[in-house]
Design a protein around this ligand. Structure first.
Ligand SMILES: Nc1ncnc2c1ncn2[C@@H]1O[C@H](COP(=O)(O)OP(=O)(O)OP(=O)(O)O)[C@@H](O)[C@H]1O
Length: 377
């Protein structure tokens, strides 16, 4: 575990970049440092691998002060990824990835095999191995940066705004890839970003820093969204935190109804509990085609679009609500992994599920707060 214990960094010109920061960074999870420009994120990250030395305080790695460890040994246990990847322009992709293994004395063949293995892991086609960085897109270069940092299999990855320079679509791909790699490899990752949405998506724990390098809040993302510590954190989280919080609630408890689902060509189902004036029409395989009004013939070309369906359990309540809001009927369509309709659900039912999820979250949080009060008392 990495423990940052009351660390301060004062640069020679007097700038206090980090002010008495304490953080326990859990093993095998992603901890995100987020905050406005100049709040000391990069300085904090660089103190972990001693590219910057603290003025006061200690940083412990597995209980040992990093100051007491030789810099080279320390850095070998920590992969480092930066914005724009920082690749060696005169070396091929494979050689870039194999840099650290070669430095560690691995043979050429073994290092090359490791590079090929990592290219596959980060989603790069093997045909790119012999290219040079300038022959790759920004997103591909960033993947190479991640592969290079993983090459010697270090337990820790330090990532400084690694995805900031690419467009939103590529960025989303890189974030998803990082979460997948993290699931497979279980690294301890410290990730710096100024983008709160990225922090909320990636972080198991999120440290929000404010200017002057002071910690504003350290909490799991769902807790940040539900209980921002103060107005600074609240402003930093942005306007629609209530909606974003719904991403952390599962949709698997939503009560779906199949009463309003009919196959193309079938007559209306009798009015039942699902008293929607619309029926969802599916094809013979059960895939959604669109909505038709009760009593209408339901020609395929006159159906109302059903919007984007959601998958109960896999997708969150936010996704379910989004489907319902986008649907012209106000009902969301639920599908299984094969895209077959498993039922429909109204905005009203989703609203009830949201209220129930909030109540549950508060009940779950209450005993923990009680414990705190006991300790404080
Ligand atoms: N070598 C240095 N000498 C003096 N001041 C520095 C030095 N490096 C950083 N600073 C200052 O320390 C503060 C924190 O900088 P740091 O780069 O850690 O912030 P950051 O949160 O990573 O910012 P950004 O998001 O803009 O990259 C800033 O005020 C910066 O100007």
């Amino acid at each position: 575990m990495i423990r940052i214990d009351s660390v301060t960094k004062r640069y020679p010109d007097g700038t206090v970049a980090v002010d008495r920061l304490s953080l326990e960074i859990p093993d095998r999870s992603i901890t995100v440092l987020v905050g406005p420009s100049g709040c000391g994120k990069t300085t904090t990250l660089r103190m972990i691998n001693r590219m910057v030395e603290p003025t006061e305080g200690t940083i412990l790695l597995d209980g040992e002060d990093v100051q007491r460890q030789p810099v080279t040994t320390l850095r070998r246990s920590m992969g480092y990824v930066i914005q724009n990847a920082g690749l060696f322009q005169h070396r091929t992709i494979a050689d870039n990835i194999a840099t650290v293994p070669r430095m560690l004395g691995w043979g050429k063949q073994r290092a090359r095999e490791r590079a090929a293995e990592l290219m596959e892991r980060v989603g790069l086609d093997a045909s790119l191995a012999k290219r040079y960085p300038y022959q790759l897109s920004g997103g591909q270069q960033q993947r190479v940066g991640v592969a290079r940092a993983l090459a010697a299999d270090p337990p820790v990855l330090l990532m400084d705004e690694p995805f900031s320079a690419v467009d939103p679509v590529v960025r989303k791909g890189l974030q998803d890839e990082l979460l997948r790699i993290q699931d497979e490899l279980g690294k301890t990752i410290v990730f710096v970003t100024h983008d709160i949405d990225e922090a909320i998506k990636l972080g198991t724990m999120v440290a929000v820093l404010r200017e002057g390098g002071r910690l504003a809040q350290y909490a799991p993302p769902a807790e940040l969204l539900s209980n921002p510590a103060d107005s600074f954190v609240e402003d930093f989280l942005g306007a629609d935190r209530g909606i974003r919080r719904l991403s952390f609630f599962t949709s698997d408890a939503l009560e779906l109804t199949t009463d309003a689902v009919v196959q193309a060509g079938a007559p209306d189902a009798p009015l039942t509990t699902a008293e929607t004036p619309y029926l969802l029409v599916t094809d013979a395989e059960g895939r959604p085609l669109g909505w038709r009004e009760r009593g209408s013939a339901g020609d395929a070309d006159r159906l109302l679009p059903y919007g984007r369906p959601f998958r109960p359990g896999t997708d969150s309540l936010r996704a379910a609500l989004d489907c319902a809001v986008l649907s012209p009927t106000g009902w969301a369509v639920a599908v299984d992994a094969d895209g077959r309709v498993t039922g429909v659900v109204s905005q009203q039912t989703i609203g009830e599920a949201i209220r129930a999820a909030h109540t549950q979250a508060e009940t779950d949080a209450a005993p923990a707060r009680g414990e705190d009060e006991k300790v404080a008392g």
